[in-house]
Design a protein around this ligand. Structure first.
Ligand code: ZN
Length: 272
């Protein structure tokens, strides 16, 4: 059957300025893509091109963005969606705004006693419900390695979470998943992390304590670890890793272990 959508995709791809030479350069910048199959890489490359076609990247004064930077950002953005069916998971926004540095934004929180608290917080990223995604460019440039940090994946995980309303740590699950299993895995790990930090706010935790802020941050931070430090996440919170594996339909841990099997010092060398 003739499909307008497929035809349009082919047309966008055929008019793209990006070549496999660009892709190879991007690959060199993003160790977290190591170990993907050739077919996966090809799909990711195409999806990154389509991403740049559909989303506007706005660089504020002080951010210099070349074509390779754009493709690199798009590849990280599309990695989480690589095995999700052809749904428009990023339908909730049209624009990514790149700030030259961390930015201060007003925060508001109503506590259990009903009192509104307002303060200014320094952020490197923000995702607004039905609004743009804001990223600090240095944070984007520090993303892409296996080092438990990926600002792009973190903020876009908030967008996936918001697909069914407010960010609350529950994105739309697939038909073969169970809300109870998801909630139990997420909530018990979240509560455990909070208990450790309540007992000692300075405690060293395997997962960034920012995950303990609220269930939305828990989902975003653990998604970030899932793709950039799957071994840490799987050992600290195996059930969370399992649920995220069902959601993203990927197994980055297996990929990382294969790479390490082939090159025992693999991760250390990519960390530079
Ligand atoms: Zn966040």
């Amino acid at each position: 059957m003739w499909s307008f959508r497929a035809w349009r995709r082919r047309r966008i791809l055929s008019r793209s300025p990006y070549t496999t030479r660009h892709w190879h350069e991007v690959r060199g910048r993003l160790p977290i893509l190591d170990g993907l199959s050739e077919a996966e890489e090809q799909r990711l490359f195409q999806r990154a091109i389509l991403f740049l076609h559909h989303k506007r990247l706005t660089a504020l004064l002080g951010v210099e963005l070349d074509e390779l930077d754009r493709l690199t950002l798009a590849a990280m953005a599309e990695l989480p969606l690589l095995h999700l069916a052809d749904l428009d998971w990023y339908q909730g926004f049209h624009e990514i705004v790149l700030y030259p540095d961390d930015f201060v934004s007003p925060q508001r929180h109503r506590d259990a006693a009903g009192i509104e608290h307002e303060w200014d917080a320094e952020h490197s990223g923000e995702a607004w419900l039905q609004g743009p995604v804001i990223l600090a460019w240095p944070g984007v440039q520090s993303s892409g390695g296996w080092d438990a940090y990926n600002l792009v994946i973190h903020e876009l995980a908030h967008k996936l979470d918001m697909l069914n309303g407010d960010a609350n740590g529950l994105p739309p699950l697939h038909r073969n998943m169970y809300i109870e299993a998801w909630a139990t895995a997420m909530q018990s790990a979240y509560e455990q992390l909070n208990a450790v930090l309540d007992a000692n706010p300075e405690a060293h935790t395997e997962i960034d304590p920012y995950a303990a802020e609220n269930p939305a941050e828990f989902f975003a931070v653990t998604s970030e670890y899932f793709f950039s430090a799957p071994d840490l996440l799987a050992s600290a919170m195996p059930e969370v890793y399992r649920q995220l594996g069902l959601f993203y339909r990927q197994d980055p841990l297996a990929r990382l272990l294969r790479l390490q099997q082939d090159h025992p010092d693999y991760r250390d060398t990519t960390n530079g």
